[in-house]
Ligand binder design. Sequence first.
Ligand code: NAG
Ligand code: NAG
Ligand code: NAG
Ligand code: NAG
Length: 374
Amino acid sequence: MSPPLSIGLALVAGLGLTTAQPTIAKRDASSYQQNAVCAADQLMRYYQTDNTGLWGKDLWWQSGNFLSSLATLTSLDSDYLAQHGDVFVNTFQTATGYGPSPHFINGFYDDEGWWGNAFLDVYDVTGNQTYLQAAIIIYQDIVGGLGTPCGGIWWDKAQSYVAAISNGLYIELAAGLAARTGPDQSPGYLSRAEEGWNWFFDVGIVDGNYLVYDGVNKTDSCKPVGLQFTYNQGVILGAAAELYKATGNETYLEQGALLANASTAAGSPVTTDQGILHDYCDLSGDCDGTIAMFKGAYMRGLRKLQLASPHDNWKDFITTNAQSIWNNDLDIEDNSGTSECNLGTDWTGPYTTANVVTQGAALDALIAALAVTQ
Ligand SMILES: *[C@@H]1O[C@H](CO)[C@@H](O)[C@H](O)[C@H]1NC(C)=O
Ligand SMILES: *[C@@H]1O[C@H](CO)[C@@H](O)[C@H](O)[C@H]1NC(C)=O
Ligand SMILES: *[C@@H]1O[C@H](CO)[C@@H](O)[C@H](O)[C@H]1NC(C)=O
Ligand SMILES: *[C@@H]1O[C@H](CO)[C@@H](O)[C@H](O)[C@H]1NC(C)=O
């Protein structure tokens, strides 16, 4: 055992001081709360560095993912909410003014979906209707993307591709709105979500082994195309959980369980033989700032499904991954008496380097472990 490192005061740009954290032992991989807080503190050191309301200067959709993570962590840890609750107002007000994306709307339906779902997470933790309204405005724009030759919604407004990710996020958002709105609005969202869910299972994007392809080919009989990335498997699990929440219909949990069992199985296309989640680029060690985000989104979806329908095999998967990150893919730097927990991209390790995206993705795994063991 290495001696415990103490977490001191950390100055977080624009947000004041965090209070002293309890000591943290690098090798205590199952202290999920401490580990998630240390990882989140490090994520926050990338926030507002350029006054764009984002993490990093212009990490647009990834910042939607980070906002979701922060909202979930603060829902699990009221001290963290008290210290960092400003991040919601600040991101909402500042990021909209950044670049060409008023109301978090741009040319990509998946980008919009990340933000829409993030604002539902923020709404859940704050109860502030402004965030629910923001999610509705985003949803209304996404619905404009329906009507591809293969059904479902487009990936982009240029109508270049039909992707699993934009559809998964859309179904999750529609179902999430159905679960959070009154009887005057809820049925409309729900029928869209159900329609989207049925499309997802009918179009061929889910293969016979319950693994999800990246998309379908609009010019070649809507055949499945692309790789089976982690986030394609994970976001749809969050959609299943939201559909169940909105309807009480267990069919969504059963279909979600088939998908979750397939992707969490050791040796699946997204899981190593040791049970660690990975994308193809982890094998070659060259995940970029797009793909490095995907595993975090996977963990968010699996967490939601596990909370709706607990399974020991998924809980073990989540905790095994969180512990592997802490044991193998962590570097703790002492910066003037403050311990900074840096998390890399390959969750099997060894740690090489971290950046805001690898940090945010790994944080989702730690938060999932905290949530499913509480
Ligand atoms: C609700 O959120 C909006 C947007 O961030 C903010 O301007 C407003 O002050 C919040 N309202 C309350 C009551 O906190
Ligand atoms: C879709 O199919 C067309 C025609 O076979 C092919 O040229 C194109 O590369 C395919 N697109 C993708 C994304 O695989
Ligand atoms: C539950 O959902 C499935 C899939 O959409 C549907 O076929 C079934 O009719 C639903 N069951 C009930 C009781 O609504
Ligand atoms: C998922 O896997 C668990 C553990 O093996 C099993 O108990 C459960 O029945 C599986 N669910 C489905 C839908 O296959």
